[in-house]
Structures are given as structure tokens and as C-alpha cells.
Design a protein around this ligand. Structure first.
Ligand SMILES: Nc1ncnc2c1ncn2[C@@H]1O[C@H](COP(=O)(O)OP(=O)(O)OP(=O)(O)O)[C@@H](O)[C@H]1O
Length: 243
């Protein structure tokens, strides 16, 4: 059957022998993987394993030294349908509300719709009371929720989250995890890095395990946690692999 009317999907995303070398050091080493389906992917691995680098390469913030990163479709001048949320959110020197209306403007949303949409997103993420505060004075948890609200407005097909909860207290962590689940329910594909095993067990459908810039395992979360295939992954799960 002809499915021309379906929206064109960004996925699958394929990485073919992707390496990233900096000053002679191989930081990511011939990574091949294919991302498709609908589950939440957690990228795990000790400090310095290459989790952030891998997501930055996928998102297009860095170019691989070798190999290819290939999305099934590209933006073709339309607003990008992938978003990235960082450990320390990148926010503009303006109010929380204005950070959202600005992002909508960049995304081509008509002027009249920007404020109502931004207020809706602030409400959804429990940020209405701080709408007029400068984004940069917000607490870490509030800033992270604002970054999520901004991503929410862009309705991404894929959302990369780089250790979004590493600097947050338990209540703020729960708010971010709830938001991740919410994004996923709305059809966004989640790719998130974390070193927190309990968080990964709560959220992951699939795990990508990196060590020393290499992809060591890519498996369903249940298999990864119950029967890891490699000694390194076993050591990591047992808390014995620090870097
Ligand atoms: N833009 C860059 N240029 C050069 N080296 C980089 C760059 N980004 C990261 N690195 C180096 O690459 C290695 C992997 O870094 P990366 O941030 O991807 O690790 P990570 O797995 O996310 O670690 P962590 O859990 O500590 O955040 C580190 O040794 C880091 O110093």
C-alpha cells in the first residue's frame, strides 16, 4: 500500500563506523548502531565513556572524524524535529516566558500563537509562577523544566537528554523523569544518558552501554540488567567500574 500521506519520519537513525578523534586521541571508536522503534533508550557508561559526545554527534552539534551519521529524512528547510536538553540547560538572558516565545519564533510559529502556547507549556511544567523571572536566576530544577518546556513546544520526534538530572534533588529528578515519560507517551523517541542505574531501570526500554569510546552492548533493558553480555557491563551494573 502507498503510505505517501504518512509524515516523513527522521528515523531510523543510522551510525556507520562513527569515530571522533581529538588531538590524536580516539574519543569515539567506530560506533555503528541503528535507532528505530518507539522505546526509551538510555545511554550508560562510566565518566568519560563518550555518552555526551555520541549524542552531540547524533544531534549534529559535532561532525564525526570518520564514518557517517544518517537520518532517514532531513529537515529540508523545515523546523528540525529533534531537540536536545543538556545537563546544564542553555537558556537566554530573558524571562522564562520569553525563552519560550523566542523558541517558537525561531520555529516559525505565527506571532499571535506564541504567548498562548508558551503559557500552556509553562502550566504543563508547573512554571506559571516564575514566568516573568529571568531564566538565569531560576533554580537548577526550574531551569531544567524550562528547557523541557521549550523542547515540548517544538514537538520533537526525537529528544536527546544529556544527564538531565545529574545536578538535581529527588523531587526535581522525579519531575524530569515524569516529563520524559510524558514526552514518550506523546510519541517522542527518547535518547537519554545517565550513570544512575536506578534511573535507567525505571526508564529504559533499551540500553546502549559505552566504555572508553566503544559501544560494548546495545540490548533490551531487561536483558542488559539481568544478563549483561560482557564483563565490563557486569562490573558497571555491580558498581565496580568507575571509569
Ligand atoms: N568537544 C570535545 N573536544 C574534545 N574532547 C572532548 C569533547 N567533548 C568531550 N571530550 C572528551 O571526550 C571524552 C568523552 O567525553 P563525554 O563528555 O562524551 O563523556 P561522558 O560519557 O558523557 O562522561 P560523563 O559521564 O562524565 O559526562 C572525555 O575524555 C572528554 O574530555
Amino acid at each position: 500500500m502507498n503510505d505517501m500521506r504518512l509524515p516523513i519520519s527522521l528515523l531510523p537513525l543510522e551510525l556507520n563506523e562513527v569515530s571522533f578523534v581529538h588531538r590524536g586521541q580516539t574519543l569515539l571508536d567506530r560506533i555503528s548502531l541503528r535507532l528505530e522503534g518507539h522505546g526509551k533508550i538510555l545511554i550508560m557508561g562510566p565518566n568519560g565513556a563518550g555518552k555526551s559526545l555520541l549524542m552531540r554527534l547524533c544531534h549534529g552539534l559535532l561532525k564525526p572524524t570518520n564514518g557517517q551519521v544518517h537520518w532517514a529524512s532531513n529537515a529540508n528547510g523545515k523546523p528540525p524535529r529533534q531537540a536536545m536538553v543538556f545537563q546544564r540547560p542553555v537558556l537566554l538572558r530573558r524571562s522564562a516566558l520569553a525563552n519560550l516565545t523566542y523558541a517558537l519564533g525561531i520555529n516559525g510559529t505565527p506571532w499571535k500563537q506564541r504567548k498562548p502556547m508558551a503559557w500552556q507549556a509553562l502550566d504543563h511544567f508547573g512554571l506559571t509562577a516564575i514566568a516573568h523571572r529571568p531564566a538565569r536566576v531560576l533554580s537548577g530544577g526550574e531551569q531544567q523544566r524550562l528547557a523541557l518546556a521549550r523542547a515540548w513546544l517544538l514537538k520533537p520526534e526525537v529528544l536527546f537528554l544529556d544527564e538531565p538530572t545529574s545536578a538535581l534533588d529527588p523531587a526535581a529528578i522525579k519531575a524530569v523523569e515524569d516529563a520524559v515519560v510524558d514526552f514518550h507517551r506523546q510519541g517522542t523517541r527518547i535518547v537519554m544518558s545517565s550513570h544512575d542505574l536506578n534511573q535507567a531501570k525505571r526508564l529504559a526500554d533499551e540500553v546502549i552501554f559505552l566504555y572508553g569510546g566503544r559501544l560494548i552492548e546495545h540490548s533490551p533493558a531487561e536483558d542488559f540488567f539481568s544478563q549483561p553480555q560482557t564483563a565490563r557491563a557486569r562490573a558497571f551494573i555491580n558498581g565496580e567500574l568507575v571509569w
